[in-house]
Design a protein around this ligand. Structure first.
Ligand code: FAD
Length: 370
């Protein structure tokens, strides 16, 4: 008799898991709380290891066609002075190109051929000796041979069965995001100074994705007027992008930035993956990459093992070091960004390129090789 897997959540982690399992001959039920299909969303900065994982899932082509390759990064001060640049294309040569693309493009590509029961939320989860009993919002209750909680930062699967809860990110309490007409940037460009950061990345022909945040936890940033005040003295492209979104083209979106750090990601035949297990501030843009790698490694183990009772522990074992590396690099950079501008800017020309190589270097290795 074929064994049954339930994937909770049709975000990047859940869809990637269902897709990876399907390619290895394991069918999975997927339930998603949201009834509607997601909108196009904001930009996703996908470094080479994320694009390599998407390529393994057979969906890199739509992304590289719809998105924009990230060829170069420039870190600048609030006055526009170049602190350091990174030749991103050269760094990821031999792995996969970095790309920036709308979140919805990634979800649509991963969802091709995957059946999702939309408008169905996971409720009560009970881990039993030989499976996991799951209660769903449509009133059904079933026992699955394996449960994958891919239900994001506020995971219901996690809260019912594992210790761990979201906390505010060290980098910032919240941020503004938008997509707007390109104000004149030709590459990934971040300006930092006076305790704030604005990042613009080309995301589609003629469009940039914008991310704006304060590094100071106490600052009242959650009303749009803050954007205009915080970046008024920044270089022309930054001011133009902010003016465009404040004029409603389109309206910017504010959200909290939260992290999840947990002592364990599995219990019996149940795991949490992606943001449900290890949401991390987007300092190094590794959220999608870690979720995709989680999915690939988990599917590989489920396909290779006859006994699924040990897969959770084995999967966690093979993912911990890599995720801990990203979390530690995120904390280091968040602390640096919290220093006064004159301090962080004076060390940036040397420390910046070094931090980039130290963070991404280990992620060039193949997550399935370990
Ligand atoms: C401000 C910001 C900027 C970011 N920028 C980047 C970036 O540039 N690059 C990058 O790689 N990452 C970035 N990330 C992180 C990235 O978006 C995530 O890590 C990635 O999308 C993986 O998400 P996920 O699939 O684990 O969770 P989610 O995307 O949250 O998906 C979870 C899904 O589960 C569903 N769900 C929730 N509860 C239930 C339930 N009880 N039952 C059924 N379904 C449920 C939700 O509706 C959702 O569809 C950013 C994050 C933030 C906050």
């Amino acid at each position: 008799m074929s064994r049954r897997v339930l994937v909770v959540g049709a975000g990047i982690a859940g869809l990637a898991t269902a897709r990876a399992l399907g390619s290895l001959g394991i069918a999975a039920d997927v339930v998603e709380r949201r009834a509607d299909r997601p909108a196009s969303g904001f930009g996703l900065n996908l470094p080479g290891n994320a694009v390599r994982a998407l390529s393994r899932l057979g969906v890199d082509r739509p992304l590289t066609e719809a998105g924009v390759p990230v060829v170069r990064r420039e870190y600048r001060s609030a006055s526009g002075r170049l602190l350091f640049g990174v030749d991103e294309a050269a760094f990821w040569t031999g792995i996969a190109p970095s790309v920036c693309v709308r979140h919805g493009v990634v979800l649509d590509a991963l969802a091709q051929g995957i059946e999702v029961r939309r408008g169905v939320a996971c409720g009560r989860v009970t881990v039993e000796d030989h499976g996991v009993r799951v209660g769903l919002s449509d009133g059904s209750e079933e026992v699955y041979d394996f449960l994958v909680g891919a239900d994001g930062v506020h995971s219901a699967v996690r809260s019912g069965a594992l210790p761990g809860a979201p906390v505010s990110s060290l980098m910032t309490t919240g941020c503004w995001r938008f997509v707007t007409a390109d104000p004149g940037v030709d590459c990934w460009t971040a300006w930092t100074g006076h305790g704030v950061t604005l990042l613009l990345i080309p995301v589609a022909p003629g469009e940039v994705y914008g991310y704006a945040a304060s590094n100071r936890a106490a600052a009242a940033v959650d009303e749009p007027g803050w954007l205009g005040r915080a970046f008024a003295a920044f270089p022309a492209p930054a001011v133009k992008a902010v003016d465009q979104v404040l004029e409603g083209d389109p309206t910017p979106y504010y959200s909290r930035v939260e992290e999840v750090r947990m002592p364990t990601w599995h219990r019996g035949r149940m795991v949490v993956i992606g943001d449900a297990a290890h949401a991390t501030g987007p300092v190094w843009a590794q959220g999608a990459a870690m979720a995709l790698e989680d999915a690939l490694v988990l599917a590989d183990l489920l396909a290779r093992r006859d006994d699924w009772s040990t897969v959770g522990a084995e999967w966690e074992d093979s993912r911990r070091t890599r995720v801990a590396h990203v979390q530690a690099a995120t904390d280091r950079m968040s602390r640096l960004a919290g220093l006064p501008g004159w301090v962080s800017h004076s060390v940036a020309p040397l420390a910046g390129p070094r931090a980039y190589r130290a963070t991404y270097g280990p992620l060039r290795t193949d997550p399935l090789a370990g």
